[in-house]
Design a protein around this ligand. Structure first.
Ligand SMILES: Cc1cc2nc3c(=O)[nH]c(=O)nc-3n(C[C@H](O)[C@H](O)[C@H](O)COP(=O)(O)OP(=O)(O)OC[C@H]3O[C@@H](n4cnc5c(N)ncnc54)[C@H](O)[C@@H]3O)c2cc1C
Length: 469
């Protein structure tokens, strides 16, 4: 039997454990905090559960426009008080239940679970340090899936009460009066959006011109406009360099000397990989200059028999990618059919209001001349279902190759973009043409009708197709 030892029980680790067990490996998984990892306990599950409550508030805010009235208030959301303690209790309960479910499934599949910290001793042995002492585990195959930790600025150390990382937010039992969010990447923007919808006064400190600098620029513009219209203060081109607690307040110092004062501050300034002190150097496993494990597209590290998956590889910080890297590692090492990881087909979503979902090639690559493609962008306010639902902000963008008209990417900005992107994701993965996408029926009226309409606009008459572009 092949002994597989996995260090880290997040999506990269536990999905790999399931595959390894299915393929007949004798699998041991070492996790030091809780099954499901950061994804389940502090990151994806808690944040999206919090956002589910925020979405209800956003809907209530739009209710007046749809003809709903509450005596004495033009804003239905104002009739509700957010009980943050109850919201956070639900968030943590759901996360714990999800973690339990994962443990139950792993045990049912015969995976041995060790509660402890793992470190490599060469490339054929892992030491698990537990409350009962150390255990040496012989390994034919090792998978490292240790994830990341929130990055801290030296002069803005989280105290867990007023200066917080996203993992500490769920300890709040009352709505922050004024929440300063430092960082306008995906994590910062999602929490700023959620707390804004929940009724907190939010200040978003962004070092860039526009929020969500890593996303499609048109999409970032829409989200920024919605944020500003809803009363959020955005300090653009403002770099936070320090934060300190003064009495009942937090004072954030910006690089240009200005200060911002709030009741709480969320630091969302990225993550650092959990790759220190786990025996990498001794095992001859290379990392890049920032400490991320170097892997190829079948998740191999530089050491034979040692694989790595998920955020600790710095490939694409998504739970879905972590899980796929983990599965690929096991398919490869245990001799099953396997294709290399294809980042061009990854669907990603930013859970702001509205959401931004993307797949495949992006506008930035077109603008930089890296890809020759045609693009169509349809604003959502022309969509009949959007009008009925009072959705004014958002769009659908489709990219295709000029000659073959094969769909190579797309962007959806809409309240449920995470669901709508599926059609484009399938088209990119299966290399469908815009005609194939357009000819599949969509429901009338529906938001997905705009995806088919965008594809129709990229149609070219068959008699014109032979013409040079
Ligand atoms: C706020 C936030 C929201 C997010 N939302 C989404 C989302 O909506 N969708 C999405 O796809 N992605 C989302 N992500 C990204 C997602 O959380 C990560 O991509 C995912 O958690 C990566 O999984 P992983 O298995 O690599 O690591 P993790 O989930 O971090 O798991 C790693 C585990 O390894 C354990 N560990 C570390 N070192 C050791 C050791 N030496 N011994 C034993 N155990 C160890 C840790 O305790 C941890 O449990 C979000 C991230 C953040 C910060």
């Amino acid at each position: 039997m092949t002994d597989v030892v996995i260090v880290g029980g997040g999506p990269g680790g536990y999905e790999a454990a399931l595959v390894a067990s299915q393929l007949g490996g004798r699998v041991t998984l070492i996790e030091r905090r809780g099954l499901g990892g950061s994804a389940v306990l502090t990151d994806v599950v808690p944040s999206k559960t919090l956002i589910a409550t925020a979405e209800v508030m956003t809907t209530l805010r739009g209710a007046h426009e749809l003809g709903l009235r509450l005596d004495g208030s033009a804003d239905l959301a104002k009739a509700f008080r957010v009980d943050l303690a109850a919201v956070n209790e639900r968030v943590l309960r759901l996360a714990a239940a999800q973690s339990d479910d994962i443990g139950t499934r792993l045990r049912a599949e015969g995976v041995r679970l060790i509660e402890g910290t793992g470190r490599l001793d060469g490339t054929e042995c892992v030491i698990a340090s537990t409350a009962d002492g150390d255990e040496r585990l012989k390994a034919d195959i090792i998978l490292i899936a240790t994830g990341t930790t929130p990055r801290e600025l030296p002069d803005a150390r989280p105290d867990g009460e007023r200066i917080l990382t996203w993992t500490q937010l769920y300890g709040l039992d009352a709505m922050p009066e004024r929440l300063i969010v430092v960082g306008s990447g995906v994590t910062g923007a999602e929490f700023a959006s959620a707390y804004n919808a929940l009724g907190a006064d939010v200040v978003l400190v962004s070092s860039r011109d526009q929020v969500l600098p890593g996303e499609d620029a048109d999409a970032g513009r829409v989200v920024q406009q919605v944020f500003e219209r809803s009363g959020m203060a955005i300090l653009s081109r403002s770099r936070a360099q320090a934060a300190r607690v003064v009495g009942d307040e937090v004072v954030v110092e910006l690089a240009d000397g200005r200060t911002v004062t709030g009741s709480h501050c969320l630091m969302a300034v990225g993550s650092t990989p959990n790759t220190v002190g786990i025996g990498l150097e001794q095992a001859g496993i290379a990392t890049d200059s920032r400490g991320y494990l170097s892997v190829d597209r079948v998740s191999r590290t530089t050491a034979r028999g040692v694989y790595a998956a998920g955020d600790c590889t710095g490939v694409f910080a998504l739970a879905s990618v972590a899980a796929m890297q983990g599965r690929i590692a096991m398919w490869h090492s245990l001799g099953d059919a396997v294709g290399p990881l294809d980042l061009r087909t990854v669907a990603a979503n930013v859970f702001t209001a509205p959401e931004i979902a993307t797949v495949g090639v992006g506008q930035a690559e077109l603008d930089a001349g890296l890809v020759n493609a045609l693009a169509v962008m349809l604003p959502l306010h022309t969509n009949p279902r959007a009008k009925m639902r009072g959705i004014a902000d958002g769009f659908v963008k489709v990219f295709c190759l000029p000659t073959t008209r094969i769909v190579i990417g797309g962007v959806v900005v809409a309240p449920i973009a995470s669901e709508l992107i599926e059609a484009l994701s399938l088209a990119v993965r299966e290399k469908l043409t815009v005609d194939q996408l357009a000819e599949s029926f969509t429901v009338y009226p529906s938001l997905s009708g705009s995806i088919a309409e965008a594809a129709r606009r990229l149609h070219v008459r068959s008699t014109d197709q032979a013409l040079p572009h």
